[in-house]
Write a protein that binds this ligand. Structure first.
Ligand code: EPU
Length: 287
C-alpha cells in the first residue's frame, strides 16, 4: 500500500519538457520504509535506479530508461511548523509552489524568490534552486538524506557546500526533507514581493511553455540569454525544439520535440557561443 509500481511508464508524463521514453519501472514510495525497501531490493537485484522529483530540470532520452525511476509520495509531501513559529520542515516531495504559498499564509518571509520556480523541495535542495542572487540553500538549517545501503543522515547548513545551482551532496544520496528558517513579516509585504518576482518571471521567461527553465548556467558576469540573443539564435529550432523568443537560455518544446531535437539545439548553442565568445557553457539541465 505504501509503494506503487508501474511498468513501462512513459516518462514524458513526468517531465516539464513533456519528453522522455519509457522507464522499465516507475516506483512511487509513500514512506521512508517503502523507499528503503525499494532501494535495497533494486540494489540487490542490480537494477539501476534514479530518483526524480517533478522532472523540471531533466532531459530524458527518447529511448527511455532501462531501470527504475523512483519518486517520493505521501509521507514526503508534509510540512511541519516548529513551535517557534518560524522554522518549517518540508518533505522532499512537497511542491515548491505549495510551500511558497503555505509560508505566506503563516506570515513568514524569505522564500518569495521561489515564486514561479517549478519542482519539489527535494529537487530545489539538490540543485540549490534560486535566482542569480538568492538561493534556497541560504534558508536551510538542516537536510535529512537517505544514504542507500546505510540509513538516514543529517546535515546541518554548514556541512553542505552550497554553490550556484549545486549543493555538493553525494549524488547517490536521496534528500528526504529540509528544514527552512524564515522570519515573520507583514503578509501584505510578503504578497507584494511574491507578485514582483512572479511578474518579472512572466515578463522575461516563457512561463507556461514546456521547458526545463534555464538550459545553461550563467558563466561569471555573463548572461547566456544575452549571448544567445546577440548571436541571433532566438527562434532557432530543430524539429519541435525551439530557442525561446522570450528568453535565449530557454529551449521550449513546441509540441513534437524529441530529446534528440533538444540535444541538437543544446549542441548548436554550445558551439555558436564558444565560437563567438570563447566560452564553454555548462549545462544546468540534467541528462
Ligand atoms: N537577456 C537578454 N536576452 C535574453 C535573456 C536575457 O538580453 O534573451 C538579458 C536580460 O535583459 C538581463 C540579463 O540578460 O539583462 C539577465 O537575464 P535575466 O534577468 O532574465 O536572468 P538570467 O540570468 O537569464 C537567471 C536564472 C534564472 C532565474 C532568473 C531570474 C540562471 C542560469 N538563470 O536567469 O533561473 O529565474 O535569473 O532571477 O542562473 C533556472 O535556473 O532554470 C532559471 C530560470
Amino acid at each position: 500500500i505504501d509503494t506503487d509500481v508501474i511498468e513501462h511508464e512513459r516518462l514524458a508524463r513526468h517531465t516539464s519538457y513533456r519528453i522522455g521514453g519509457k522507464a522499465a519501472l516507475f516506483i512511487t514510495c509513500h514512506s521512508y520504509h517503502a523507499l528503503r525497501r525499494a532501494i535495497e531490493t533494486l540494489d540487490r537485484e542490480q537494477v539501476p535506479w534514479v530518483i526524480i522529483g517533478r522532472g523540471s530540470n531533466l532531459l530524458v532520452a527518447d529511448e527511455g530508461y532501462e531501470g527504475a525511476v523512483v519518486t517520493l509520495g505521501r509521507e514526503f509531501m508534509r510540512t511541519v511548523l516548529a513551535e517557534d513559529g518560524r522554522t518549517l520542515t518540508a518533505g522532499a516531495g512537497v511542491i515548491l509552489a505549495r510551500l511558497v504559498n503555505e509560508v505566506y499564509s503563516k506570515g513568514l518571509s524569505g522564500l518569495e524568490f521561489a515564486m514561479g520556480i517549478p519542482g519539489t523541495v527535494g529537487g530545489a535542495v539538490s540543485m540549490n534552486a534560486g535566482t542569480r542572487t538568492e538561493w534556497i540553500g541560504s534558508l536551510i538549517e538542516d537536510v535529512m538524506t537517505y544514504q542507500p545501503g546505510r540509513g538516514m543522515r543529517h546535515y546541518a547548513h554548514d556541512e553542505i557546500a552550497w554553490g550556484y545551482r549545486e549543493c555538493g551532496l553525494p549524488r547517490d544520496e536521496i534528500v528526504l526533507e529540509a528544514t527552512l528558517r524564515l522570519h515573520p513579516a507583514d503578509k501584505a509585504d510578503i504578497r507584494e514581493k511574491m507578485e514582483r518576482y512572479l511578474s518579472r518571471r512572466r515578463r522575461t521567461q516563457p512561463i507556461g511553455s514546456a521547458s526545463c527553465g534555464s538550459v545553461f548556467k550563467n558563466p561569471p558576469d555573463r548572461s547566456v540569454g544575452k549571448m544567445v540573443e546577440d548571436c541571433g539564435l532566438k527562434g532557432f529550432s530543430v524539429g519541435g525544439a525551439e530557442i525561446s523568443t522570450v528568453h535565449g537560455n530557454f529551449i521550449v518544446n513546441t509540441g513534437t520535440a524529441t530529446a534528440s531535437d533538444v540535444a541538437a539545439v543544446i549542441r548548436h548553442v554550445y558551439g555558436k557561443v564558444r565560437e563567438a565568445y570563447g566560452v564553454e557553457l555548462q549545462p544546468e539541465v540534467k541528462f
